[in-house]
Design a protein around this ligand. Structure first.
Ligand SMILES: [Cu+2]
Length: 627
């Protein structure tokens, strides 16, 4: 034991020294090109080991330190889980919103709002104004106060509570400071992941704007198909569309090209919930899901690093694999506590990144052999056809899962949300699921509150039916193939090319069907995994769905080849965990709006370096099969 702890101390000290050296390079403002000239970057694109720059120092990363950072110790479970405030609308905006960009008044939008073109009301009936600004927060009582960048100065930002049929307009004002404290760029563009949003309001990565300017974003809150496959002329335009395309748990975050990882890590992210006549937010109506916000709690998971000496939030600009933090936050606080009543709760889980893959279990530390199953009711933004009983939920970056946990039989018990996915570096998860109690404890849940009234929420064990799945048998107009790969010099590419704002890699014909094959050719078992996100439309799997949560065998979640699609995997999604040596085939229908959108890896480090591409929807489309 003594030897192991001595080795661990040596590795910690090496990792810390490497971190300090990298900070000095950051302070010196050397560009990547400067570093290549100075010999600080190797021919494979990585920081050289011998100068004590690599996070891996001289250790073998497969067996070595399980984290790339060494943060100061913190005492877990002393602070309550923050519940983010609900964003309040405003009666009016000054100046009033305009269809054409109001450049003279400081707006930085470049295209007209499409809403009037498709018959949607303009201005939207509900208006918001949000300020992106610096804020000071307490992430742990053992750490100094941290400066974050947040929507309205908090992180996560306020939660939007929206309804289908009611379009909203959000005026985003960029009031971020020029002093970034070591990382972050005060130029932003906000993406609503995965809204059915017209391009000019989608937060396209290259639609960024500087501090002092603003941008109006129109969110139609309308079902996909409203202007195409389900244009029901007997209904008002805001009521049209395919109910089987309804979404529930979305989130918004900065998407600035090349700086998404830094800006989101700095705090620019929040929840956006969509309700309708079925998913009402009231457990006595519709699908009778637990009432929001009393029993319906959004939870954003992030892992972060803190400087060992200063205790300040640290972002390693030279880690190009993906950043793994050794501190686990839920809603902006390290390892918080939640007190609950003995009844059913809906938790909305979101992996907010930057890079880690989670597999989340419900652990009782006094009974480690217990299999505390719970109900998964959604996968990314939408409800499953019916609840699925699962032992755990796997989440790549940006994936969401809504779950229902019934605490009725746990009164007097303390439970933990535990991430048992072993991951050793930012490249992707290992195949190992740790034993109960050996993983990362994320949240302490104490079932000690008196039950208030009756639990009127639906019992998932009765297998209530939510939405059906949209048809996916229509033949594609085009089939396209995308290879997610690493170049010899350590850069990420899609079909051997980098992101370029001005290059339209392919054009989709509006309202057409496409089949996309996504391939990850990396071979070795611990090599790259990519959580791939496609904007604007959800997809369904035609083959190869990874993360077959409903199988009952948690270890199957990360097997390379999956059995036929059933259970949770048979659903709509907007992120696919593209594991090494795997490929998937996806069904898409691109409807309703025109314009530019991206496809990218949501390991935000990969995204920024530059595993992303631009595609456009227009009225003619092309037939590029390998764009
Ligand atoms: Cu990636």
């Amino acid at each position: 034991m003594a030897n192991i702890s001595k080795i661990n101390r040596k590795r910690e000290s090496e990792a810390y020294q490497a971190q300090k050296n990298r900070q000095e390079i950051i302070a010196a403002r050397l560009t990547r090109r400067d570093m290549v000239k100075l010999g600080l970057i190797s021919s494979t694109g990585y920081l050289v080991h011998k100068r004590g720059l690599s996070a891996w120092a001289d250790t073998d990363d497969r067996a070595g330190t399980p984290n790339q950072s060494v943060s100061p110790p913190t005492t877990p479970f002393t602070k309550l889980l923050p519940i983010m405030p609900i964003k309040q609308s405003v009666a009016s905006l000054n100046p009033a919103p305009t269809v054409t960009p109001n450049t003279a008044a400081g707006e930085r939008r470049t295209r007209n709002h499409q809403a009037p073109d498709v018959g949607l009301p303009f201005p939207a009936p509900v208006l918001y104004e949000v300020f992106q600004q610096a804020g000071t927060v307490n992430m742990s009582d053992q750490l100094p106060l941290q400066t974050i960048w947040g929507f309205d100065g908090i992180s996560p930002g306020p939660t939007y509570m929206s309804s289908y049929g009611t379009p909203i307009l959000v005026r985003n004002r960029n009031n971020l400071p020029s002093n970034n404290g070591g990382f972050g760029l005060n130029s932003v563009t906000t993406h609503l992941h995965n809204g059915h949003t017209p391009s000019e309001s989608d937060g396209f990565p290259c639609d960024s704007y500087s501090s002092g300017y603003w941008y109006d974003q129109y969110y139609p809150n309308v079902l996909a198909g409203f202007n195409s496959t389900h244009k029901q002329l007997n209904l008002p335009v805001t009521q049209r569309g395919d109910i089987n395309e309804a979404m529930s748990t979305l989130w918004y975050h900065d998407h600035r090209v090349d700086f998404t990882a830094q800006n989101v890590y700095k705090g620019l992210a929040g929840f956006y919930l969509l309700f309708n006549a079925f998913d009402t937010g009231n457990e006595t109506t519709g699908f009778r899901l637990p009432t929001f916000p009393a029993y319906d709690i959004p939870m954003m998971f992030n892992d972060k690093c803190f400087d060992l000496q200063t205790g300040l939030l640290f972002f390693d600009l030279f880690n190009l694999d993906g950043i793994l933090g050794d501190k686990f936050l839920v809603n902006g606080v390290i390892q918080p506590v939640l007190h609950v009543q003995p009844r059913r709760y809906r938790f909305r889980w979101l992996n907010g990144g930057p890079s880690r893959f989670y597999q989340i279990y419900l652990t009782d530390l006094t009974n480690l052999s217990a299999n505390n199953q719970f109900w998964q009711i959604s996968n990314d933004g939408n409800l499953l056809p019916t609840p699925v009983l699962v032992p755990a939920v796997a989440l790549g970056v940006a994936e969401r899962a809504d779950v229902i946990i019934d605490f009725a039989s746990f009164y007097g018990t303390t439970l933990y949300l535990e991430n048992r996915q072993l991951q050793l570096n930012g490249r992707g998860p290992t195949d190992t699921i740790l034993n109960a109690g050996q993983g990362n404890l994320l949240l302490k849940i104490v079932v000690d509150q008196p039950l208030q009234g009756i639990d009127n929420s639906v019992n998932p064990a009765t297998l209530p039916l939510f939405y059906a799945l949209p048809d996916k048998t229509a033949p594609p107009r085009v089939s396209r193939e995308f290879k997610f790969d690493l170049t010899r010099d350590g850069q990420w590419v899609i079909n051997d090319q980098f992101m370029d704002c001005d290059t339209v890699r392919f054009r989709i014909k509006q309202n057409s069907v496409e089949n996309w094959t996504l391939k990850n050719p990396s071979r070795s078992r611990d090599s790259w995994a990519h959580p791939i996100h496609i904007h604007f439309e959800e997809f369904q799997f035609l083959s190869g769905a990874p993360g077959l949560n409903g199988s009952g065998d948690p270890n199957q979640y990360y097997r390379r080849r999956e059995p036929p699609i059933t259970g949770v995997a048979n659903t709509r999604k907007d992120v696919v965990r593209l594991l090494s040596d795997s490929d998937v085939v996806l069904f898409f229908r691109f409807r309703d709006f025109l314009g530019r959108y991206p496809l990218h890896c949501h390991n935000t480090i990969h995204e920024d370096h530059a595993m992303m591409l631009r595609w456009d929807i227009d009225t003619t489309g092309d037939t590029e099969s390998r764009p």
